[in-house]
Ligand binder design. Structure first.
Ligand SMILES: Nc1nc2c(ncn2[C@@H]2O[C@H](COP(=O)(O)OP(=O)(O)OP(=O)(O)O)[C@@H](O)[C@H]2O)c(=O)[nH]1
Ligand SMILES: [Mg+2]
Ligand SMILES: [Zn+2]
Length: 343
Protein backbone atom coordinates (compact mmCIF):
# COMPACT_ATOMS: atom_id res chain seq x y z
CA UNK A 1 0.00 0.00 0.00
CA UNK A 2 2.65 2.45 1.09
CA UNK A 3 4.60 1.79 -2.00
CA UNK A 4 1.63 2.49 -4.30
CA UNK A 5 0.75 5.69 -2.51
CA UNK A 6 4.31 6.87 -2.88
CA UNK A 7 4.24 5.94 -6.52
CA UNK A 8 1.04 7.92 -7.15
CA UNK A 9 2.45 10.97 -5.44
CA UNK A 10 5.51 10.78 -7.54
CA UNK A 11 3.42 10.60 -10.70
CA UNK A 12 1.46 13.67 -9.66
CA UNK A 13 4.63 15.50 -8.85
CA UNK A 14 6.15 14.55 -12.14
CA UNK A 15 3.10 15.73 -14.04
CA UNK A 16 3.05 19.01 -12.15
CA UNK A 17 6.72 19.62 -12.78
CA UNK A 18 6.28 18.78 -16.43
CA UNK A 19 3.34 21.14 -16.71
CA UNK A 20 5.31 23.92 -15.06
CA UNK A 21 8.25 23.38 -17.34
CA UNK A 22 6.06 23.34 -20.43
CA UNK A 23 4.41 26.54 -19.36
CA UNK A 24 7.77 28.18 -18.76
CA UNK A 25 9.08 27.05 -22.13
CA UNK A 26 5.89 28.24 -23.82
CA UNK A 27 6.26 31.65 -22.27
CA UNK A 28 9.86 31.95 -23.37
CA UNK A 29 9.34 30.63 -26.87
CA UNK A 30 6.16 32.41 -27.79
CA UNK A 31 7.03 35.69 -26.13
CA UNK A 32 4.15 35.56 -23.69
CA UNK A 33 6.33 37.27 -21.11
CA UNK A 34 6.46 40.71 -22.64
CA UNK A 35 8.52 43.80 -21.89
CA UNK A 36 6.66 47.08 -21.84
CA UNK A 37 6.57 50.76 -21.04
CA UNK A 38 3.64 52.35 -19.24
CA UNK A 39 2.42 55.16 -21.47
CA UNK A 40 -0.60 56.26 -19.48
CA UNK A 41 -2.76 55.30 -16.54
CA UNK A 42 -6.25 56.12 -15.40
CA UNK A 43 -7.48 54.75 -12.16
CA UNK A 44 -6.31 51.17 -11.91
CA UNK A 45 -5.99 50.64 -15.63
CA UNK A 46 -2.68 51.13 -17.39
CA UNK A 47 -1.82 51.27 -21.06
CA UNK A 48 1.39 49.43 -21.76
CA UNK A 49 3.39 49.82 -24.91
CA UNK A 50 4.98 46.54 -25.86
CA UNK A 51 8.72 46.96 -26.39
CA UNK A 52 10.75 45.20 -29.02
CA UNK A 53 7.91 45.08 -31.53
CA UNK A 54 8.98 46.31 -34.92
CA UNK A 55 5.88 46.88 -37.01
CA UNK A 56 7.92 47.01 -40.20
CA UNK A 57 9.41 43.59 -39.61
CA UNK A 58 7.17 41.24 -41.60
CA UNK A 59 9.00 38.14 -40.37
CA UNK A 60 7.40 38.66 -36.96
CA UNK A 61 4.05 37.67 -38.36
CA UNK A 62 5.43 34.18 -38.88
CA UNK A 63 5.87 33.81 -35.15
CA UNK A 64 3.91 30.97 -33.62
CA UNK A 65 2.76 33.14 -30.76
CA UNK A 66 -0.93 33.10 -30.05
CA UNK A 67 -0.69 36.73 -29.00
CA UNK A 68 -1.87 39.01 -31.78
CA UNK A 69 0.58 41.61 -32.98
CA UNK A 70 -0.34 44.81 -31.30
CA UNK A 71 1.83 47.37 -29.59
CA UNK A 72 -0.39 48.84 -26.88
CA UNK A 73 -2.18 46.74 -24.28
CA UNK A 74 -4.71 47.55 -21.61
CA UNK A 75 -3.37 46.08 -18.38
CA UNK A 76 -3.88 45.68 -14.69
CA UNK A 77 -1.03 45.34 -12.24
CA UNK A 78 -0.53 42.48 -9.80
CA UNK A 79 -1.48 43.69 -6.35
CA UNK A 80 1.94 42.90 -4.89
CA UNK A 81 3.55 45.62 -7.03
CA UNK A 82 4.07 49.22 -5.88
CA UNK A 83 1.96 51.97 -7.46
CA UNK A 84 2.97 52.10 -11.12
CA UNK A 85 3.22 55.30 -13.10
CA UNK A 86 3.76 56.54 -16.62
CA UNK A 87 7.35 55.92 -17.68
CA UNK A 88 7.69 52.70 -15.69
CA UNK A 89 9.32 49.77 -17.48
CA UNK A 90 7.49 46.55 -16.74
CA UNK A 91 7.15 42.88 -17.59
CA UNK A 92 3.65 41.71 -18.48
CA UNK A 93 1.57 38.89 -19.89
CA UNK A 94 -1.49 39.01 -22.09
CA UNK A 95 -4.53 36.74 -21.94
CA UNK A 96 -4.97 35.69 -25.54
CA UNK A 97 -8.74 35.43 -25.24
CA UNK A 98 -9.56 38.71 -23.53
CA UNK A 99 -6.47 40.53 -24.86
CA UNK A 100 -6.14 42.06 -21.40
CA UNK A 101 -2.74 42.20 -19.80
CA UNK A 102 -1.42 41.72 -16.31
CA UNK A 103 1.78 43.42 -15.20
CA UNK A 104 3.88 40.98 -13.20
CA UNK A 105 7.12 42.86 -12.54
CA UNK A 106 8.50 46.39 -12.32
CA UNK A 107 12.04 47.08 -13.53
CA UNK A 108 14.23 49.33 -11.35
CA UNK A 109 13.58 53.06 -11.87
CA UNK A 110 16.31 55.52 -12.87
CA UNK A 111 14.33 58.43 -11.46
CA UNK A 112 10.95 59.08 -9.91
CA UNK A 113 9.02 62.34 -9.83
CA UNK A 114 6.84 62.48 -6.75
CA UNK A 115 4.39 64.93 -5.29
CA UNK A 116 2.68 65.15 -1.93
CA UNK A 117 -0.97 64.13 -1.99
CA UNK A 118 -3.62 65.82 0.10
CA UNK A 119 -2.71 63.62 3.06
CA UNK A 120 0.94 64.74 2.83
CA UNK A 121 1.95 61.33 1.63
CA UNK A 122 4.35 61.13 -1.28
CA UNK A 123 2.70 60.04 -4.50
CA UNK A 124 4.65 58.94 -7.58
CA UNK A 125 3.84 60.88 -10.76
CA UNK A 126 6.26 59.77 -13.48
CA UNK A 127 9.21 57.40 -13.66
CA UNK A 128 12.46 57.38 -15.60
CA UNK A 129 12.32 61.03 -16.61
CA UNK A 130 15.84 62.04 -17.71
CA UNK A 131 15.39 65.70 -18.71
CA UNK A 132 13.29 68.53 -17.28
CA UNK A 133 12.84 71.47 -19.64
CA UNK A 134 12.18 74.64 -17.61
CA UNK A 135 10.49 77.15 -19.91
CA UNK A 136 10.23 80.89 -19.33
CA UNK A 137 9.57 83.83 -21.63
CA UNK A 138 9.09 87.59 -21.76
CA UNK A 139 5.37 86.98 -21.34
CA UNK A 140 4.18 86.18 -18.69
CA UNK A 141 6.91 88.19 -16.94
CA UNK A 142 9.23 85.58 -15.44
CA UNK A 143 9.96 85.21 -11.76
CA UNK A 144 13.61 84.25 -11.29
CA UNK A 145 12.68 82.82 -7.90
CA UNK A 146 10.26 80.43 -9.59
CA UNK A 147 13.04 79.33 -11.93
CA UNK A 148 15.20 78.74 -8.85
CA UNK A 149 12.39 76.64 -7.36
CA UNK A 150 12.23 74.49 -10.47
CA UNK A 151 15.99 73.98 -10.35
CA UNK A 152 15.79 72.92 -6.69
CA UNK A 153 13.12 70.37 -7.60
CA UNK A 154 15.22 69.07 -10.53
CA UNK A 155 18.20 68.67 -8.23
CA UNK A 156 16.07 66.91 -5.62
CA UNK A 157 14.75 64.47 -8.24
CA UNK A 158 18.31 64.08 -9.55
CA UNK A 159 17.17 64.90 -13.09
CA UNK A 160 19.08 67.03 -15.58
CA UNK A 161 17.59 70.48 -16.26
CA UNK A 162 17.51 72.47 -19.48
CA UNK A 163 16.49 76.13 -19.23
CA UNK A 164 14.63 77.31 -22.30
CA UNK A 165 13.96 80.99 -22.94
CA UNK A 166 10.96 80.88 -25.28
CA UNK A 167 9.12 83.43 -27.40
CA UNK A 168 12.45 84.80 -28.65
CA UNK A 169 10.50 87.12 -30.96
CA UNK A 170 9.29 89.07 -27.92
CA UNK A 171 12.74 89.72 -26.43
CA UNK A 172 13.97 93.31 -26.11
CA UNK A 173 17.28 94.89 -25.09
CA UNK A 174 15.73 96.20 -21.89
CA UNK A 175 14.08 93.06 -20.50
CA UNK A 176 17.40 91.55 -19.41
CA UNK A 177 16.20 88.01 -20.10
CA UNK A 178 19.13 86.96 -22.28
CA UNK A 179 21.34 88.05 -19.39
CA UNK A 180 19.20 86.08 -16.93
CA UNK A 181 19.61 82.98 -19.11
CA UNK A 182 23.37 83.61 -19.35
CA UNK A 183 23.56 83.75 -15.54
CA UNK A 184 22.12 80.24 -15.31
CA UNK A 185 24.44 79.06 -18.03
CA UNK A 186 27.38 80.41 -16.00
CA UNK A 187 26.16 78.36 -13.01
CA UNK A 188 26.51 75.25 -15.16
CA UNK A 189 22.98 74.73 -16.45
CA UNK A 190 22.28 73.90 -20.07
CA UNK A 191 20.37 76.75 -21.74
CA UNK A 192 18.68 77.54 -25.05
CA UNK A 193 16.67 80.36 -26.64
CA UNK A 194 13.82 79.39 -28.97
CA UNK A 195 10.80 80.69 -30.80
CA UNK A 196 7.92 78.30 -31.34
CA UNK A 197 7.66 79.00 -35.08
CA UNK A 198 11.45 79.14 -35.50
CA UNK A 199 14.21 76.58 -35.80
CA UNK A 200 13.76 73.96 -33.06
CA UNK A 201 16.54 71.63 -34.22
CA UNK A 202 18.82 72.39 -31.25
CA UNK A 203 16.00 71.66 -28.81
CA UNK A 204 15.16 68.45 -30.69
CA UNK A 205 18.82 67.42 -30.50
CA UNK A 206 18.97 68.05 -26.74
CA UNK A 207 15.83 65.94 -26.23
CA UNK A 208 16.99 63.00 -28.35
CA UNK A 209 16.67 59.68 -26.54
CA UNK A 210 15.64 61.42 -23.32
CA UNK A 211 12.38 61.09 -21.44
CA UNK A 212 11.40 64.71 -21.12
CA UNK A 213 8.93 66.80 -19.14
CA UNK A 214 8.20 70.49 -19.75
CA UNK A 215 7.57 72.72 -16.74
CA UNK A 216 7.04 76.46 -16.38
CA UNK A 217 4.49 79.15 -15.62
CA UNK A 218 1.15 79.05 -17.37
CA UNK A 219 1.28 80.79 -20.73
CA UNK A 220 5.03 80.55 -21.39
CA UNK A 221 4.37 78.38 -24.45
CA UNK A 222 4.91 74.79 -23.26
CA UNK A 223 1.95 73.32 -25.18
CA UNK A 224 2.85 75.37 -28.25
CA UNK A 225 6.38 73.97 -28.18
CA UNK A 226 5.18 70.42 -27.56
CA UNK A 227 2.77 70.65 -30.49
CA UNK A 228 5.54 71.99 -32.71
CA UNK A 229 7.90 69.20 -31.62
CA UNK A 230 5.37 66.37 -31.73
CA UNK A 231 2.88 67.07 -34.53
CA UNK A 232 0.29 64.56 -33.27
CA UNK A 233 0.64 65.47 -29.58
CA UNK A 234 -3.00 66.50 -29.61
CA UNK A 235 -4.08 62.94 -30.25
CA UNK A 236 -5.90 62.00 -27.08
CA UNK A 237 -5.93 58.54 -25.70
CA UNK A 238 -9.38 57.24 -24.78
CA UNK A 239 -10.01 58.36 -21.25
CA UNK A 240 -11.68 55.84 -19.03
CA UNK A 241 -13.11 57.05 -15.78
CA UNK A 242 -13.29 54.96 -12.70
CA UNK A 243 -15.07 55.80 -9.53
CA UNK A 244 -12.52 56.12 -6.82
CA UNK A 245 -13.01 54.82 -3.31
CA UNK A 246 -14.19 58.30 -2.33
CA UNK A 247 -16.98 58.13 -4.84
CA UNK A 248 -15.44 60.86 -6.93
CA UNK A 249 -15.11 60.77 -10.64
CA UNK A 250 -11.39 60.65 -11.32
CA UNK A 251 -9.59 60.84 -14.60
CA UNK A 252 -5.84 60.85 -14.27
CA UNK A 253 -3.98 61.17 -17.48
CA UNK A 254 -0.25 61.31 -17.45
CA UNK A 255 0.66 60.51 -21.01
CA UNK A 256 3.90 59.50 -22.61
CA UNK A 257 4.29 60.53 -26.24
CA UNK A 258 7.09 59.29 -28.46
CA UNK A 259 9.31 62.06 -29.87
CA UNK A 260 9.75 61.54 -33.65
CA UNK A 261 13.56 61.73 -33.45
CA UNK A 262 13.84 59.37 -30.48
CA UNK A 263 12.98 59.76 -26.85
CA UNK A 264 9.64 60.48 -25.26
CA UNK A 265 7.72 63.27 -23.64
CA UNK A 266 5.60 62.91 -20.50
CA UNK A 267 2.83 65.43 -19.95
CA UNK A 268 0.17 65.74 -17.25
CA UNK A 269 -1.61 68.35 -15.16
CA UNK A 270 0.24 67.00 -12.10
CA UNK A 271 3.62 67.55 -13.68
CA UNK A 272 2.68 71.12 -14.56
CA UNK A 273 2.44 71.84 -10.83
CA UNK A 274 6.00 70.59 -10.38
CA UNK A 275 7.36 73.96 -9.21
CA UNK A 276 4.95 74.40 -6.35
CA UNK A 277 5.40 71.00 -4.71
CA UNK A 278 6.63 71.32 -1.17
CA UNK A 279 10.39 71.55 -0.79
CA UNK A 280 12.34 70.91 2.39
CA UNK A 281 15.03 73.28 3.66
CA UNK A 282 17.68 70.66 2.92
CA UNK A 283 16.42 70.20 -0.63
CA UNK A 284 16.48 73.97 -1.14
CA UNK A 285 20.09 74.23 0.04
CA UNK A 286 21.08 71.34 -2.23
CA UNK A 287 19.42 73.09 -5.18
CA UNK A 288 21.67 76.16 -4.99
CA UNK A 289 24.71 74.46 -6.40
CA UNK A 290 27.00 77.50 -6.47
CA UNK A 291 26.57 77.95 -2.69
CA UNK A 292 28.12 74.57 -1.84
CA UNK A 293 31.63 75.96 -1.11
CA UNK A 294 30.18 78.38 1.48
CA UNK A 295 27.79 76.13 3.37
CA UNK A 296 29.14 75.39 6.84
CA UNK A 297 31.66 78.26 6.66
CA UNK A 298 29.58 80.82 8.58
CA UNK A 299 30.58 81.92 12.08
CA UNK A 300 27.36 80.60 13.59
CA UNK A 301 26.32 77.03 12.95
CA UNK A 302 22.64 78.00 12.83
CA UNK A 303 23.27 81.00 10.55
CA UNK A 304 20.28 81.90 8.38
CA UNK A 305 22.48 83.92 5.98
CA UNK A 306 20.41 87.06 6.35
CA UNK A 307 22.30 89.62 8.45
CA UNK A 308 24.43 87.56 10.81
CA UNK A 309 28.03 88.67 11.35
CA UNK A 310 30.61 86.36 9.80
CA UNK A 311 28.16 84.88 7.27
CA UNK A 312 30.11 83.22 4.48
CA UNK A 313 27.23 83.47 1.99
CA UNK A 314 26.67 87.21 2.55
CA UNK A 315 30.42 87.72 2.16
CA UNK A 316 30.45 85.68 -1.06
CA UNK A 317 27.57 87.78 -2.45
CA UNK A 318 29.33 91.03 -1.46
CA UNK A 319 32.51 89.87 -3.22
CA UNK A 320 30.56 88.96 -6.36
CA UNK A 321 31.28 85.24 -5.99
CA UNK A 322 27.58 84.39 -5.89
CA UNK A 323 24.67 86.41 -7.27
CA UNK A 324 22.91 88.48 -4.57
CA UNK A 325 19.61 87.64 -6.30
CA UNK A 326 20.28 83.91 -5.86
CA UNK A 327 21.09 84.37 -2.17
CA UNK A 328 17.81 86.31 -1.82
CA UNK A 329 15.99 83.40 -3.51
CA UNK A 330 17.63 80.93 -1.16
CA UNK A 331 16.53 83.02 1.85
CA UNK A 332 12.95 83.36 0.59
CA UNK A 333 12.53 79.70 -0.32
CA UNK A 334 13.99 78.59 3.03
CA UNK A 335 11.58 80.92 4.87
CA UNK A 336 8.68 79.48 2.91
CA UNK A 337 9.74 75.92 3.70
CA UNK A 338 10.09 76.67 7.42
CA UNK A 339 6.67 78.35 7.46
CA UNK A 340 5.07 75.38 5.70
CA UNK A 341 6.72 72.94 8.13
CA UNK A 342 5.13 74.79 11.07
CA UNK A 343 1.61 74.28 9.70
N1 LIG B 1 5.11 85.61 -29.47
C1 LIG B 1 5.10 84.30 -29.25
N2 LIG B 1 4.03 83.74 -28.68
C2 LIG B 1 4.05 82.40 -28.46
C3 LIG B 1 5.17 81.60 -28.80
N3 LIG B 1 4.90 80.34 -28.44
C4 LIG B 1 3.66 80.34 -27.91
N4 LIG B 1 3.13 81.58 -27.91
C5 LIG B 1 1.81 82.01 -27.40
O1 LIG B 1 1.79 81.96 -25.98
C6 LIG B 1 0.49 81.67 -25.51
C7 LIG B 1 0.50 80.57 -24.46
O2 LIG B 1 1.02 79.40 -25.04
P1 LIG B 1 0.73 77.92 -24.47
O3 LIG B 1 1.53 76.99 -25.30
O4 LIG B 1 -0.71 77.69 -24.36
O5 LIG B 1 1.33 78.04 -22.99
P2 LIG B 1 1.47 76.90 -21.87
O6 LIG B 1 2.82 77.06 -21.27
O7 LIG B 1 1.14 75.57 -22.43
O8 LIG B 1 0.38 77.34 -20.81
P3 LIG B 1 -0.42 76.40 -19.78
O9 LIG B 1 -0.97 75.25 -20.52
O10 LIG B 1 -1.47 77.30 -19.22
O11 LIG B 1 0.58 76.01 -18.72
C8 LIG B 1 -0.32 81.30 -26.74
O12 LIG B 1 -1.13 82.42 -27.08
C9 LIG B 1 0.72 81.06 -27.81
O13 LIG B 1 0.24 81.35 -29.10
C10 LIG B 1 6.31 82.24 -29.41
O14 LIG B 1 7.33 81.64 -29.74
N5 LIG B 1 6.21 83.58 -29.60
MG1 LIG C 1 -0.36 74.15 -21.95
ZN1 LIG D 1 25.47 82.40 6.85
Amino acid sequence: MALIRKRRLTDQQTRRIEAQQTRRIDEDDTGELLEGLIITHYGRQLLVQQMGVDNNDSTQNDSESAIPRKTIWRCHARTNLPVLVTGDRVRFQVDENTELGVITALHPRDSLLTRPDRYHKVKPVAANVTLIVVVFAALPVPSPMLIDRYLVACQQADIQALLVLGKADLLTEEDGLRNLLAEYNALGYDTLTVETDGDLSELIAKMADKTVVFVGQSGVGKSSLINALIPDANLKVNIISENSALGQHTTTTTTLLPIPNGGALIDSPGIREFGVWHLTVDAIRNGFIEMYPYYGMCRFRNCLHKNEPGCALIAAAAEGKVLPRRLASLNRLEDEAREADKL
